[in-house]
Design a protein around this ligand. Structure first.
Ligand code: PLP
Length: 386
C-alpha cells in the first residue's frame, strides 16, 4: 500500500512543479461527494474547477463513456463520426446558431476564437479586460492581462489591448483596427467578478460599429453554471462567437468554439485542426451532460440554491463581500488569509473549495446539489471561520 507521504515524494520527484497542491488524495467520487485514500468523505464545492457540474461519476455520463469506449474511441477528424456532429448541432442550437469547432481544452477553444477573429480581420487587435483569464497557451495567455502570469513568458503574441471594465475604456480601445473584444461575462479565475451590463452592451455596440467580433469566453460560466444554459442568455447581449469547455465533457477533456451565422464560414479548410478534438468518447459524455444541464428546471434550481448560498455567506464573520451568479460564488474575507481558510476547510471541515487570491474564496458546487448540502457547506465555512 502506497502511503500519502510516498505519493507526495513521488509527485515532487516526477511532476513539473507548476501546482501547489492542496493536501488531499482523492480516490473516488459520487455526486457532490469525494473520498480520500483513508476513506474520509468530503463535500465538493469546487468540482475540479466547475468541471464535474453534474456531479462526480453521474450514472448517465459513466454509461455513455462505457458504451462508446467499447465501440469506437478514435478515428481523427479525417472521417465522419456521429457523436461529434450531433453534439455540434446541439451546441449551435442551444446558443448562436452558427457552427462549432471542437478542441480538447478551454485554452484551445480560446486559441480557435483568436484565430477566427484574426482570420476575419487580418492583423486586427484583440481587446481584453483586466482580471480576465483565458488560459495558459500563448494566445490565451496573451489574452490574460495578469503580470504574474505573462511577464515570465515574454514576448507574448502581439496585438492585444487590455482595458479596465468600463464603458469609457472600451469605447476608447475599440476602433476599425479591432478584430475582437474577448471577455468572460462573469470573470471566474479572478474570484467571480461579473462584467457590468453597461460594459457588455457598449462592447456589443462598439463591435457592431467597427466590424469587430464580440467573443464571450463561457468556459466557466456556461452549461447552466450561472442559472441559464449560457450566461449571456440572462444578459440580453448576444456575442458573435463563444467558447465552452470545463463542464462539457463531464470530466473528460473537450472544449468548443461556437460561432454565430456571421462567422461560420471564416475558418476554411486547412486553417485549423486538432488530432484528438471531437473524439467519440468525450462527445458521448458531453451528450449525457447536455441532457442534464439543458433542463430549465435545473436552471431555476441553480438560481435558488445560489441565492441560498449567498444569503448564508453574507452574514458570516470575516466575510466582507459575496459575489454570486447562480452557483458561481466568490466571497472576500478579512483578518484571515483565504488560502489558509481553504486548507482548514479541506483538512478540518472536509469541504473542498479554492482560493483565487489572498482574500478571496470561490465556490463552484455541482449543479445537482440540494438545500441540505448548501446548509452543510455553510456550517462548515462558519466553523472554519470561528
Ligand atoms: C479554465 C478557463 C480557461 C482555460 O481552460 P483550460 O481547459 O484550463 O485550458 C479559459 N477561460 C476561462 C474563462 C476559464 O475559466
Amino acid at each position: 500500500m502506497t502511503t500519502f507521504d510516498e505519493l507526495r515524494a513521488l509527485d515532487r520527484q516526477s511532476i513539473v512543479g507548476t501546482y501547489a497542491r492542496l493536501p488531499a488524495w482523492f480516490v473516488r467520487g459520487e455526486g457532490a461527494r469525494l473520498w480520500d485514500a483513508d476513506g474520509a468523505e468530503y463535500l465538493d464545492f469546487l468540482t475540479g474547477i466547475s468541471v464535474s457540474s453534474v456531479g462526480h461519476c453521474h450514472p448517465k455520463v459513466v454509461e455513455a463513456i462505457r458504451e462508446q469506449a467499447g465501440q469506437l474511441i478514435h478515428t481523427s477528424n479525417l472521417f465522419y463520426t456521429e457523436p461529434m456532429i450531433r453534439l455540434a448541432d446541439r451546441l449551435r442550437r442551444s446558443s448562436l446558431g452558427g457552427r462549432v469547432f471542437f478542441t480538447n481544452s478551454g485554452a484551445e477553444a480560446v486559441e480557435a476564437a483568436l484565430k477566427l477573429a484574426r482570420r476575419a480581420k487580418t492583423g486586427g487587435e484583440i481587446v481584453v479586460v483586466h482580471g480576465g483569464f483565458h488560459g495558459r497557451t500563448y494566445g490565451a495567455l496573451s489574452a490574460t492581462p495578469q503580470e504574474s502570469k505573462q511577464a515570465p513568458f515574454a514576448p507574448l503574441v502581439p496585438g492585444f489591448i487590455a482595458i479596465p471594465p468600463t464603458v469609457e475604456a472600451l469605447n476608447r480601445a475599440v476602433s476599425d483596427r479591432t478584430a475582437a473584444v474577448l471577455l468572460e461575462p462573469v470573470q471566474g479565475e479572478s474570484g467571480v467578478h461579473p462584467i457590468p451590463l453597461e460594459v457588455l452592451r457598449a462592447a456589443r455596440e462598439a463591435c457592431d460599429v467597427h466590424g469587430a467580433a464580440l467573443i464571450f469566453d463561457e468556459i466557466q460560466t456556461g452549461l447552466a453554471r450561472t442559472g441559464s444554459m449560457w450566461a449571456w442568455h440572462q444578459l440580453g447581449v448576444e456575442p458573435d462567437a463563444m467558447t465552452t469547455a470545463k463542464a462539457l465533457g463531464g470530466g473528460l477533456p473537450i472544449g468548443a468554439l461556437i460561432t454565430g451565422p456571421g462567422f461560420e464560414e471564416v475558418l476554411q479548410p486547412g486553417d485549423h485542426g486538432s488530432t484528438f478534438a471531437g473524439g467519440p468518447v468525450p462527445c458521448a459524455a458531453a451528450h449525457a451532460v447536455l441532457d442534464i444541464v439543458e433542463d430549465p428546471a435545473l436552471h431555476t434550481r441553480v438560481k435558488e440554491l445560489g441565492e441560498r448560498l449567498r444569503e448564508g455567506l453574507k452574514d458570516l464573520p470575516h466575510v466582507t463581500t459575496v459575489r454570486q451568479r447562480g452557483l458561481m460564488v466568490g466571497f472576500d474575507v478579512e483578518d484571515v488569509a483565504a488560502p489558509e481558510l481553504v486548507t482548514r476547510l479541506l483538512t478540518e471541515q472536509k469541504l473542498v473549495a479554492n482560493a483565487t487570491g489572498p482574500a478571496t474564496v470561490r465556490l463552484l458546487p455541482p449543479l445537482i446539489i440540494g438545500e441540505a448540502e448548501i446548509d452543510s457547506a455553510l456550517e462548515r465555512i462558519a466553523a472554519a471561520l470561528s
